[in-house]
Design a protein around this ligand. Structure first.
Ligand SMILES: *Cc1c(COP(=O)(O)O)cnc(C)c1O
Length: 369
């Protein structure tokens, strides 16, 4: 790997392929795989990630919003794209760009039917989302008749799939609740199939669901975080490889005297003769202020260096008192060590939030072979 000469987010597409194959290995051969590439593919680069996954033969993509799907279509992605959380204002664009909406409420179903009719669609593919306990988005079980009444004698849309989302698939203490969600979903699916001849395919599991509830694969699974190297479980994490590595370099080194302070509001006070390094990365790059003041470490030539004082917009300062390093040396913020999960956990958050926070100011570089 090339040494960083500025702050970069290194995206390792070889590791992405490894994770994809690992997760595929958990599935029955006929189970379809949906790659979740919302939020810039969890903060990496949705176009590059989607291009690689398309080459590997992924069956579906999902994004949260319509404009994320448009970006993939602009880049030439041909695979079906499910838009998990579309808003009616974008339905025309959605249809023009062959994106497939999740329809999650009576209101959004009616709004989509109107636009589909206006644009004279026939059998436009849609995905109906049911709420089985997350209580976030989705129809309730007893909305089935309403949905079917709406679809009766109309040919504008075709229910391609029905799906739901687990609330706590990573938390085995909630196993009973999860099993109840799985049973609910099965019941909804059976009722839907009994009452219509649309024969939608079914999907429920996210990454942790694939790991913990393989019996609930149905026809497709939806994986995001696993593709990027995390499984919400130390054992699984050891099998996956991180796709994103955030690196920077040492801009300047300072030797400070006992009692001197470092950074805004003089938040750090030196206890003795200490050495600090300033790095060109800050909260505008996605390293939030919660990581300052000694809680979090970065990796300087294999050694742990604490982030000291307040995180600035474009800089952080680290303590390198006992570390052999010089100006221009590479610093790993997260990657193999510390992992994004370890880094995030120092301020009680999760890899998902840290990864998706890395701002668009940070240059992305790709490792492809
Ligand atoms: C984000 C999302 C996923 C992916 O979850 P991971 O835990 O990252 O695998 C799957 N399904 C839905 C509905 C989502 O919103």
């Amino acid at each position: 790997m090339p040494k960083a000469a500025e702050t970069v987010l290194e995206i390792n597409l070889i590791n992405l392929e490894h994770n994809y194959r690992y997760l595929k290995g958990k599935l029955k051969p006929e189970t379809k795989f949906l790659g979740v590439v919302k939020a810039f593919a969890y903060g990496s680069d949705s176009v590059k990630i989607a291009q690689k996954l398309e080459k590997l033969g992924v069956d579906y993509f999902a994004v949260a919003y319509v404009h994320e799907g448009v970006q993939l279509r602009d880049a030439g992605i041909k695979t079906p794209i499910l838009v998990l959380h579309p808003q009616a204002v974008n339905f025309k664009i959605l249809i023009e760009r062959c994106l497939e909406p999740s329809l999650y409420s009576p209101k959004i179903l009616k709004e989509f039917l109107e636009v589909a009719k206006e644009l004279q669609q026939k059998d436009y593919p849609v995905h109906v989302k049911f709420n089985t306990g997350l209580n976030r988005l989705g129809f309730w079980e007893n909305d089935i008749n309403f949905i079917l009444e709406k679809l009766d004698n109309r040919s504008e849309i075709q229910v391609t799939s029905i799906f739901s989302h687990l609330a706590a698939s990573e938390d085995l203490k909630e196993k009973e609740f999860t099993l109840k969600q799985i049973r609910n979903f099965k019941k909804i699916a059976q009722e839907f199939d009994k009452k219509t001849d649309q024969k939608p395919f079914k999907h429920l599991l996210n990454t942790s669901g694939i790991i913990n509830y393989p019996e609930a694969q149905f026809d497709m699974v939806r994986s995001g975080i696993g593709l990027y190297g995390f499984g919400n479980d130390a054992e699984i994490d050891s099998q996956l490889k991180p796709v994103a590595t955030l690196k920077t370099i040492i801009s300047q080194i300072h030797k400070i005297e006992p009692g001197e302070t470092v950074g805004y509001n003089r938040a750090f006070t030196s206890e003795g003769y200490q050495i600090t390094a300033t790095l060109p990365i800050g909260h505008a790059d996605g390293i939030g202020r919660q990581y300052g003041n000694g809680k979090t470490y970065v990796n300087v030539n294999g050694q742990k260096a604490a982030i000291i004082g307040n995180v600035c917009m474009d800089m952080i300062m680290i303590d390198i008192t006992n570390i052999d390093c010089k100006e221009g040396d590479e610093v790993v913020i997260f990657g193999d060590n510390p992992s994004a999960e370890e880094f995030a956990s120092t301020s009680k958050t999760i890899s998902y939030e840290l990864l998706t926070s890395i701002s668009q100011r940070v240059k992305r570089v790709f490792i492809e072979s």
